[in-house]
Design a protein around this ligand. Structure first.
Ligand code: HEC
Ligand code: HEC
Length: 383
């Protein structure tokens, strides 16, 4: 043992020897939160996986795989700046996400319609060795936790394993583990995995769990408010109250359009992407064109608008104030150098606001992700 121990510092990369920097991790996570949620809770729809409580070693590997192009999620890589993060940054954000607990009030009970957990238990026998009876994975072997993970995401990943689009497991044989399963078989497996978080959710829903959640939520809201205020004001706390507007850039997501793309290509790419995502186009305003028709010169400006009536309803029923975000819009705008930019209001603040019920946060995350997808399509011309 002694012999092995003195070898350790030699085999560890320099960044592994230091403890992870959780403050750096938290800072990076702000961009991840646009799609994964501020608690890393993910969303059941559109396959945005839960990251909170996932094993840190696995997360560091997974993020590296995306950054280095071994796994594909182009919108994520471009909008989160993942491609510019160092190995140390990835370790930091992974450590931060791994220690996050989804608060009881944001905990999503994983649901799987269409599968039979009793049938899934049988096939899960083959998975226990690595993922564990409780589905918590094995940190030392970089085996991910499956418990609490959204069913849609798990289903999609198992299809990727079957199609050989993503490597699975430790030995090459592990790739074939899913080959004998048809879609229904995969649903059964996922249905079983979906039961593994039930205890957690039950505790969260008990009277005691609820009380603790409310207290936790108050304390967190207070801490967050104070941190924001301190950040907005430099170090000194604000004197008096009144309207405070923090840096406008924090509420805006912006991307430069790839050089050479014409405004019409950008808009075409966005509309095609939006149609593919079933987003309803509710308006197009050709501001600069309109001015030019009146003989007035103006830098290019066009605004496209989208709205899903059902989502809008859910949000407004919760609080009419959210109508201020509607419809979702992306502006194509030319700067003084003649470069084209895409600008939209980020729903970041809604995702961060910890006084919202999970269903509203889920809509905010989902819509933000779809809007970012449309924006990336416009910025790159690819859809
Ligand atoms: C534009 C939305 C978006 C943003 C922003 C985003 N992600 Fe993702 N992320 C996704 C989607 C969608 C997937 C699922 C991809 C797939 O199908 O494999 C994913 C998958 C992941 C996974 C794989 C999880 C697993 O269990 O294997 C990790 C890890 C991850 N993201 C980390 C991050 C981190 C860290 C950031 C911030 C630096 C980030 N993501 C920002 C959308 C996003
Ligand atoms: C020999 C060990 C081993 C066995 C057995 C195994 N897995 Fe895995 N599994 C892994 C490893 C390692 C990964 C991570 C792959 C990577 O790094 O991308 C993984 C990844 C996964 C993922 C992706 C999770 C995520 O967060 O993206 C799913 C889903 C999964 N396994 C399901 C299963 C199921 C279901 C079974 C049983 C049929 C099973 N695995 C059996 C080792 C194993």
């Amino acid at each position: 043992m002694k012999k092995l121990l003195w070898l350790l510092p030699l085999v560890l990369a320099p960044w592994q020897a230091q403890a992870a920097d959780l403050a750096n991790g938290e800072r990076i996570n702000r961009t991840c939160a646009l799609c994964h949620g501020i608690y890393g809770q993910g969303t059941p729809s559109r396959a945005s996986p839960r990251l909170a409580g996932q094993n840190a070693e696995y997360l560091a590997k997974a993020t590296k795989d995306f950054r280095d192009g071994k796994r594909q999620a182009p919108t994520m890589v471009v909008t989160s700046g993942l491609h510019e993060l160092s190995d140390k940054d990835l370790v930091d954000v992974s450590a931060y996400l791994a220690q996050l607990d989804v608060p009881a009030y944001a905990l999503i009970d994983v649901q799987q319609p269409g599968g039979d957990p009793a049938k899934g238990v049988k096939s899960y026998k083959e998975c226990k060795n690595c993922h564990g009876t409780e589905g918590m994975g094995k940190p030392d072997k970089k085996v991910p936790r499956l418990t609490g993970q959204h069913a849609n995401y798990l289903f999609q990943q198992m299809k990727l394993f079957q199609w050989r689009k993503r490597p699975h497991g430790i030995d090459p044989d592990d790739q074939a583990l899913f080959d004998d399963l048809d879609d229904q078989g995969v649903f059964h497996l996922v249905a079983h995995v979906a039961t593994l978080d039930d205890e957690q959710v039950k505790v969260a829903k008990s009277a005691e769990g609820r009380k603790a959640a409310v207290e936790e939520r108050r304390a967190e809201a207070k801490a967050r408010h104070e941190a924001r205020r301190a950040e907005a004001m430099g170090t000194a706390p604000a004197k008096g109250s009144g309207l405070q507007i923090t840096d406008i850039k924090q509420t805006v997501a912006q991307m430069e359009v790839k050089a050479g793309l014409k405004p019409d290509d950008v808009i075409q790419a966005m509309l095609s992407k939006a149609a593919g995502l079933n987003m309803k186009l509710v308006g197009q305003q050709y501001v600069s064109k309109e001015l030019e028709e009146r003989g007035e010169k103006a830098p290019y400006l066009t605004i496209v608008q989208f709205c899903d009536p059902k989502d809008a309803k859910t949000m407004v029923v919760h609080n009419p104030i959210y109508a201020s975000y509607m419809p979702c819009r992306i502006a194509v705008v030319e700067d003084q150098q003649g470069k084209l930019w895409l600008m939209m209001l980020s729903l970041d603040m809604l995702i961060n606001a910890n006084l919202l019920p999970p269903e509203v946060v889920e809509i905010a995350i989902r819509v933000n992700q779809a809007m970012l997808d449309v924006m990336v399509a416009g910025a790159t011309g690819e859809f």
